[in-house]
Design a protein around this ligand. Structure first.
Ligand code: SAM
Length: 251
């Protein structure tokens, strides 16, 4: 089995588990912005401009759409894409319950349906950032951003990925299980395909595409964070990074 069909397999996976993500999405739509598995408050990470009035924002791999809702609340005109119809069904129901006006579209983030230079701000939280081939989705985000526009994305940290037991059991362990330098995709069969790169390779991809790196963060859980997330215990994650955030700009 190769990862060539990752988009189809990831869509099937997300269609089949969408119901499990409904409650989390419903809650997040009305909460203050917080990020990642450890629910780090926006005040610590500053991923969203506080005033997005009149700005065109896109969310890439939006799931139930709560990040899009947070951006619209800040004044942005928002478009959002996801490959799973079932995830978008939840997003559209929440949109009608909350009276927002986000343009949700079903499609593959490696082939964005939007015009060149039509967005000021792009974000992905565990969306395209981990489920799409890095060069493919980043090239598309770069195409759609206007010069001066920002791309922010959050996903798993490569150190965490290489501590995942090879049989797929979680949480991550305290010994290295896989090659760091060979990191590109992890194929979990019917559970889908995820992507990550060694840090030097991420920077190479950004350079090749034409992004400038403005910031890099490794969110660390606090005592207010949950005891366990899907990948790791909090005890592990206060010692080693489970997540990373890149803040990029298209010059
Ligand atoms: C974990 S959700 C991300 C949404 C939200 N921020 C969250 O953390 O719950 C991952 C989403 O990525 C979407 N996805 C996976 N592959 C995709 C692709 N090729 N194009 C667009 N969306 C994709 C899935 O359908 C799923 O809804």
């Amino acid at each position: 089995m190769t990862e060539d069909d990752h988009a189809d397999r990831n869509r099937d996976r997300w269609d089949s588990i969408a119901d499990d993500w409904m409650a989390r999405g419903e809650a997040a739509w009305v909460e203050e912005p917080h990020w990642g598995e450890w629910r780090i408050p926006e005040s610590d990470l500053n991923l969203l401009p506080s005033d997005m009035a009149g700005r065109d924002a896109i969310e890439i791999g939006c799931g139930t759409g709560y990040v899009s809702a947070w951006m619209e609340r800040r004044g942005a005109r928002v478009r959002a894409i996801d490959i799973s119809e079932n995830q978008l069904e939840t997003a559209l129901r929440l949109q009608s319950e909350h009276g927002t006006d986000i343009e949700f579209v079903c499609g593959d983030a490696e082939h964005l349906p939007w015009d060149d230079e039509s967005a000021d701000y792009a974000i992905s939280e565990y969306g395209a950032s981990i489920w799409c081939e890095p060069s493919a989705w980043l090239r598309e985000a770069h195409r759609v951003l206007r010069p001066g526009g920002s791309l922010v994305f959050l996903g798993s940290h490569p150190l965490c990925n290489i501590c995942e037991p090879l049989n797929g059991d979680l949480p991550v362990v305290e010994t290295l299980q896989a090659s760091y330098f060979d990191l590109h995709h992890q194929d979990w069969g019917e559970e889908g395909v995820c992507y990550n790169l060694p840090l030097s390779r991420w920077f190479e991809v950004f350079r090749d595409i034409g992004f400038v790196v403005e910031d890099y963060r490794e969110p660390r859980p606090t005592s207010a964070s949950p005891e366990r997330c899907e990948q790791a215990t909090r005890e592990w994650a206060v010692k080693w990074p489970t997540e990373q955030v890149f803040k990029l700009r298209k010059p």
